[in-house]
Write a protein that binds this ligand. Sequence first.
Ligand code: 13P
Ligand code: MG
Ligand code: MG
Length: 377
Amino acid sequence: MKVTLSLIKADVGSVGGHTEPTPDMMQAAKDAVNKAINDGLLIDGLVTHTGDDIALLMSHTHGTDNKEVHQFAWNTFLKATDLANECGCYGAGQDLLADAPSSNVRGAGPGVAEIEFDFNRKEPRPAETFLCFFADKCGPGAFNLPLYLAFADPMYCAGLMLPKMQKGFTFEIADMNYTGEGEKIITLHAPEDLYKIAVLLRDNELYGIKSIYARNYDEQCVSASTDRLHSIAGKYTGKDDPVAIIRTQGIFPAPEEVLSPLAKAHYVGGGTRGSHNMPLMPVPINTAITGIYCLPIISCLGFSLTPQAKFSSFYVDFFDNPTWDLVRINAQKKALEMRSQGWSGPAMLPYSELEYGGFKDIVTELEGKFEIKPSKK
Ligand code: 13P
Ligand code: MG
Ligand code: MG
């Protein structure tokens, strides 16, 4: 059978700032998912939160961009928004940027990652294992460096040297600031296009990885959200806070190969007001944002699919483990170091990013007050 994994995440309100949703909001989302399973729309589902974002992870047979599944996610976020409003939460309905999307929720605010694949439990995929990444207080470009290293650099993924993966991977990269009809995508192949891929991915604010395919088997292994909320709303309404689904093992990198680049706690755009460069700290799922200047966080759950495509009753929370403690301490040190220079230079994002917030008006006003002084002869 063909199975689709859909991971859809949105911030629809949080307690005492951009921290975490209320227990009532989480329960409402869980109840809705359980009902959708009983009604037969979904095979299985799991509701989690990462900082202030609620994520719905679902398995079903309806394919990607399916209207019913996406409408279900949207309506679930609306229910949680009502509860956020009742509790006086901050940013109730924040990421629901459209009035009511007519079909799928892409381009309407929530982050979406989806993969459909043949689930036949035969070679080359006798078992289906996959990771889900959930990030808060950062943009989709946060995935650029770790995914490049995991799928294109044998220093991080030794599996790339083996026959099953030697042919490499195909990267679909999105121009995330494109606002026209459809999506603006370039397709590049590792290893021959490695340097070109790096040229694009170095700009975390502009280009983001949308999907990755194994070239040996023509199988999609990565789907990541590339929506930028400021491109949708035309102004700053909150950070994009991306999600990704990554199929692992066998013909794809192993979980530990995908995770190893995250030990860097690399600097990404985000943090407070989405305007800073801050390190990405790995944390357990369902962690609230209480860190230094909204330190960006990422969680990772690992799953196996049962023959019935169920997954929610057992999973591994990869970062809920002392092996990541040192990385967390390093992230905090890097955060303090960057914060020590406040607004100066690389501590904040460039003006092109900040122009979606209040900075634009102030700079425009000040621009008008500059004078051209005649040069002294
Ligand atoms: P969120 O996008 O997670 O709501 O964070 C926005 C923000 O501006 C935090 O300071
Ligand atoms: Mg928020
Ligand atoms: Mg958020």
